[in-house]
Structures are given as C-alpha cells and as structure tokens.
Design a protein around this ligand. Structure first.
Ligand code: SF4
Ligand code: SF4
Length: 373
C-alpha cells in the first residue's frame, strides 16, 4: 500500500510487505551515526590491516559512518534478511551462498519489489542496497533488531542461523515504531553463550579478538584476493572440520549451532520466491572431479558461472584456487598461519594473537547444548 510522504511508515505494514516480497526477517532502525563502539571496531580493523586488499573499505568512510549521507534527509534504515540453504550434498566445492543466481541480482530485485509495495520510489525517497554500497550492513541489521553479531563476526538470527543475505532500504521517511537491538552492545557476543566452535574451526586463525583478519580468511583469499595464495591455503582448504572448498569457506557457518538448530524448511523464504536462487543446476548436482576442474576452459567457466556470484573471483582467480585445492599434499608447505599470511601479503604479522588456538571450551558434541538457555 503506497505511503503518504507526510505520515510515518507503519512498521506493521513494512514488515508485512517484507514478508510478501520474500524476506524472512525485517527490522527498522532510526538512521544516524554508527555507535562509537562500532566506529572503534572499524578504526581498529583498518589500522591493523585486517581488510587486506579490500581498499574500497578505506573509501567513503563518512558515508559508512553515517547512512544519512547516502540519501539526503534519510531518517530510517530498514534491514532485511533473505535466507539461502546449506550446500547441496553433491554440489561443486563452492560456498553455499554462491549456488544459483548471483544474490546481488536476486535480492536487489526483491528489495525493489519491497520498496514498490510501500510506495517508496528511488532515488529521492529511498535507496536499496545489497552488499555494494558503503553501508555497514551487519551493524544496521543488529541495530534494527534483526539479529546479533556472533564471535564469527556473522550476523546471526536466533531462529534462522546465519545463512542469509542482508539488504537495506534507506529512506527519508520516519517510521511510527523502531526496533531495538537484541544485545545491548554489538560486541558482547552474549548470545553465543560459552560456544567457541567457529574460532576453533577456522583453519587460518582469522577470527581474532579484534575481529576478522581477512589476510588469514579463505573466504577473502579465494574470492577477493588477487595474486598468489599463501602457501598454506591448500592445507587450510582441507583442514578439518568442515567441507573442503575451492571457492569461499563455510566452516564458521557449518559449525555454528545456530545453523544446526535451523531446519532448511524454516529458513527458506516464501514459496514462489525460492526457485530463482535454488534452481537445480550442474553446480548443485555435480561435485566434479580434479580432471574436470583443473581443465576448465575459459569458455566453460563463462557458461558455468553465467549470472553467478562465483565470477567475482574471475577465471584466473578460480583456476588459482583449483590448483591449490588439488595440489598434492607433499607440495603443501606448513608454516604457521601468521607467518603464512604475512609472507603472501608482504606485511608485518599482526601483533595480537588469534583467540582460536586458546579457546577449547567446547562442552558438547550437540550444538544445542552450547547455546544459552
Ligand atoms: S570463512 Fe573460513 S577462513 Fe574465514 S573466518 Fe570463517 S572459518 Fe575462518
Ligand atoms: S559458532 Fe558459536 S561462538 Fe561462533 S558465532 Fe556460532 S554460536 Fe557464536
């Protein structure tokens, strides 16, 4: 139902429209400056070089700190989550999120549908964002009460887990009611309870007490990083626990008890919204083998990953990953994670140790027992 631009958005109508557009969760926050705590986390991340080669994270800092600079007069940030399922058992060795059509296309279309249902027009009254604008998506999802930030750094929705894409509508309209965060501060990790599974599972020790060090993270290295991989990347790709992948990394997601507690059926968006993301394809039904992947031609790559998020790595990057993934075990050097990351990136080793090696207080093989009750 179109909104009058002289009256506030009805939060009830916003949430109803979000569900109708296929989103699983929706929260509403007043637009404003990032909290001092979050701004401090960002400053630490940049100062310590945790953003690695993602230079774009150094740009547009004013907008990242204040979404009101993204659209003049912005008063409200609407945050939504679009779930995706775990990897298909027989699927290609790529991260779960990358199966199906590129989420940028799918979620952006759903966001525009959502905005249209509210009568919000781009670009004067609102703007829709999916992972491409200088906006701190996880912060706004936390601020809008969609979920909390776990020790993995992922946004976790208590009944949905962490397998979803985030999107935002920033609008000049106020809302009649705003949501409150699930945790009083963004870094408390209170809802992780005593769990440390993601820290223990991370093969490169990327999850530090100061946040994610992308230089040691396979997701960053196999998707965003240009140039050679660290010598230990092959070992990290095959480290237990978790599914070995040559594109992305699902370990901290796979081990999270919030995901184990979340049946796929519950996480799936409304019927009729799923097929474009989950359409059966070669990638979902064939894991391939070493010969197939190591001989992948650029023409095959273009056909296989047409409209896929995997194109982010480009052909050269994907073949680099595949070579590391199928490298004979004897060829894999085994330096420490810290030395390894420094060697490839030509930077001094981070001063603070990873907390991963120091946290072994897993209390149960069953994920549910690790969650606070
Ligand atoms: S995606 Fe993989 S490498 Fe990156 S933090 Fe999670 S477990 Fe570690
Ligand atoms: S694995 Fe455990 S510690 Fe990590 S985000 Fe999930 S609940 Fe939190």
């Amino acid at each position: 139902m179109p909104q009058s631009f002289t009256s506030p958005l009805s939060s009830q109508q916003v949430k109803s429209a979000a569900l109708s557009a296929g989103f699983a969760v929706c929260g509403i926050a007043p637009a404003g400056l990032l909290s001092a705590e979050r701004a401090g986390q960002r400053e630490t991340m940049l100062r310590r070089g945790f953003h690695a080669g993602m230079d774009y994270l150094e740009r547009n800092e004013e907008k990242r700190l204040d979404p009101r600079l993204l659209i003049p007069g912005a008063r409200t940030v609407i945050s939504v989550a679009w779930p995706y399922p775990p990897r298909p058992a027989q699927g290609a060795p790529i991260a779960a999120y990358a199966f199906g059509r590129d989420y940028h296309q799918v979620v952006k279309a759903a966001l525009r549908d959502f905005a249209g249902r509210l009568g919000l027009a781009e670009p004067d009254v609102c703007r829709c964002f999916v992972d491409t604008a200088p906006i701190d998506e996880r912060y706004w999802a936390w601020r809008a009460g969609v979920g909390f930030i776990g020790r993995s750094g992922m946004l976790i929705v208590p009944r949905l887990g962490s397998r979803f894409f985030l999107g935002e509508i920033v609008t000049v309209l106020p809302a009649d009611t705003y949501d409150v965060p699930l945790t009083p501060d963004i870094a408390s990790h209170r809802l992780c309870g005593v769990c440390r599974r993601c820290l223990d599972a991370c093969p490169g020790g990327a999850l530090t007490s100061d946040g994610l060090d992308a230089r040691r993270c396979l997701s960053y290295l196999t998707i965003e990083h240009r140039g050679p991989l660290p010598p230990a990347a092959s070992r990290w790709m095959h480290a237990a626990p978790g599914t070995p992948l040559f594109y992305g990394c699902d370990r901290c997601t796979e081990v999270c008890p919030y995901n184990a507690a979340c049946p796929v059926a519950e996480a799936a968006p409304a019927e009729g919204k799923v097929p474009s993301v989950l359409a059966p394809s070669f990638l979902a039904e064939n894991s391939g083998d070493a010969a197939f992947w190591t001989h992948l031609s650029v023409e095959d790559y273009r056909a296989l990953f047409k409209d896929s998020a995997v194109k982010r790595a480009k052909y050269e990057g994907l073949m680099r990953n595949i070579a590391a993934f199928y490298a004979p075990a004897d060829d894999v050097a085994a330096p420490s994670a810290t030395a390894d990351a420094s060697a490839i990136l030509g930077e001094a080793s981070p001063a603070a140790p990873s907390v991963a090696s120091a946290t072994t207080d897993k209390t149960s093989a069953e994920g549910q027992d690790l969650l606070p009750r």
